[in-house]
Write a protein that binds this ligand. Structure first.
Ligand code: GUN
Ligand code: FE
Length: 454
């Protein structure tokens, strides 16, 4: 059934182009595709050219609500939700060995996997995530369960069976042959779901845990089937030293030499990339998932996303659960803003010990909330090479959207009374309220491809 939404609407068209409609409309056809977007004052003339919408259902938002694009989580480990909040007083390698590998090994148990993955998808939808790039585990079958669960609940997802054949504990390691054959089967299993919503993504865990032979083969599978690729890069200084010693190259070259840096690749963290590595990303069209919560919690470092964006690389946000302690991309927006402000202090005050990020810049300007919303929506869709389908409200794209309501806890949206008249908040103020103070309780409804999933 075709639908027309009327009310306050926000979205982004680029990092610096934030568009608002204080009184707008979005027309969505029966397939869930956006057909028209504009000011309500232009609606009648639009309708005269789209007479098939005369019978469409009209939905009018209240003055305390607004529509925005759904959140995109460019990097989340679904199995790790079972340990969220644990071990965050450690750094990466200790955290992986103490908590993460033993937990992920348990996903051979498909009942356990189904139970956790049902909750993960429910909770990320509740937090407004309409598109997630998920890591499963080494277990092919349980990762298929994750993909089917995203599809069942109507969430858009990229899903990867994780590969690791070296430098891993003996209870959580695969042979090269098994990693390859399971990946090939996994790709077929997901493609057999015959859906546009869920796609397979090639997932070498990181260069440390994959041999050159395995990475070469994964690169080949991705190339032959035109698949997405996701992995980790340059997160933690000791990890980087280990990779450089192993591969006798930069971290980025270690992946590039196996054909793993493509225009459909997203690499998480990128905290300590040097300029040559960023230039290589730009040349290959490879993107970055900025994971501010986990970069902070695991003491990995400051990622200067503006530096990466300025060099022409696409960036989206990732929760990186459970290196990150929140499943919410709205929380990731706040964490990204925090990191960016802290980076500004470092750059203006000559604080030692912050590595590359301490390079002085008296003119450094932090991210602002509008740019952070871009990273959380269109930026993420671009980084995942899916911006032809989602990320903002443009005719031809799918309607992946959130209805935000600012009247309930923790916002309440009290009115300031001036001259005995209640003063409504303006749209840009409602957005700030939601971003800085709100949470999933203010996400009233979630739509993917026009279908309401919350
Ligand atoms: N590097 C390799 N595996 C992981 C993981 O599970 N989480 C994070 N944050 N970094 C990784
Ligand atoms: Fe991660």
């Amino acid at each position: 059934m075709a639908k027309i939404f009327f009310g306050q609407i926000i979205h982004t068209k680029s990092l610096s182009d934030f568009e608002i409609f204080t009184s707008g409309f979005i027309a969505v056809d029966h397939r869930g595709k956006i057909v028209g977007v504009g000011d309500e004052s232009d609606y009648s003339s639009w309708l005269s050219e789209h007479t098939d919408f005369k019978a469409a259902v009209a939905e009018r938002l209240t003055k305390d609500q607004f529509l925005m694009p759904g959140f995109v989580d460019c990097h989340i480990h679904a199995p790790q939700v079972a340990q969220i909040g644990l071990g965050l007083d450690m750094t990466l390698i200790d955290w992986l060995n103490t908590y993460t590998f033993p937990l992920e090994a348990k996903y051979d148990d498909e009942q356990f996997a189904a139970k956790v993955y049902t909750k993960v998808v429910e909770n990320t939808i509740k937090s407004g995530t309409t598109l997630a790039s998920y890591y499963g585990t080494n277990s092919k079958d349980s990762t298929v369960i994750l993909a089917k669960e995203a599809l069942r609940q109507g969430q858009r997802a990229l899903v990867g069976k994780v590969c690791s054949n070296q430098n891993s504990p003996n209870f959580y390691i695969e042979s090269t042959e098994k990693a390859i054959s399971d990946t090939e089967e996994f790709v077929k299993d997901i493609q057999n779901l015959k859906t546009d919503l869920v796609k397979p993504t090639i997932t070498p865990r990181f260069a440390l845990s994959c041999s050159k032979e395995l990475m070469d083969k994964l690169g080949e599978i991705a190339r032959n089937n035109d698949l997405h690729i996701q992995s980790h890069i340059s997160e933690n200084l000791s990890e980087i030293d280990f990779v450089k010693a192993l591969y006798k190259s930069s971290y980025a070259e270690a992946y590039d030499n196996s054909g793993l840096l493509t225009s459909k690749t997203i690499m998480a963290h990128a905290v300590h990339l040097d300029d040559e590595e960023i230039a290589l990303f730009q040349k290959r069209g490879t993107s970055v998932a900025h994971c501010p919560a986990s970069n902070t919690m695991l003491s990995s470092g400051f990622c200067d996303v503006l530096r990466i964006i300025k060099q022409g690389v696409k960036v989206g946000l990732g929760t990186d659960v459970s290196g990150g302690n929140s499943m919410s991309i709205q929380d990731a927006i706040l964490r990204a803003l925090d990191v960016s402000h802290h980076l500004e202090f470092v750059k203006k005050q000559d604080i030692k010990g912050c590595g590359r990020s301490s390079i002085q810049d008296q003119h450094y300007r932090p991210l602002n909330y509008k740019e952070a919303i871009y990273l959380a929506t269109l930026g993420g869709a671009e980084a995942l090479a899916l911006s032809n389908i989602t990320g903002n409200f443009v005719a031809g794209k799918d309607f992946d959207a959130l209805v935000i309501d600012t009247t309930n806890y923790p916002l309440h949206n009290f009115y300031i009374v001036d001259d005995n008249k209640p003063q409504d908040l303006q749209l840009l103020e409602l957005i700030q309220k939601f971003i800085y103070v709100g949470d999933d309780r203010n996400i009233l409804r979630v739509y993917v491809a026009g279908k309401q999933i919350k």
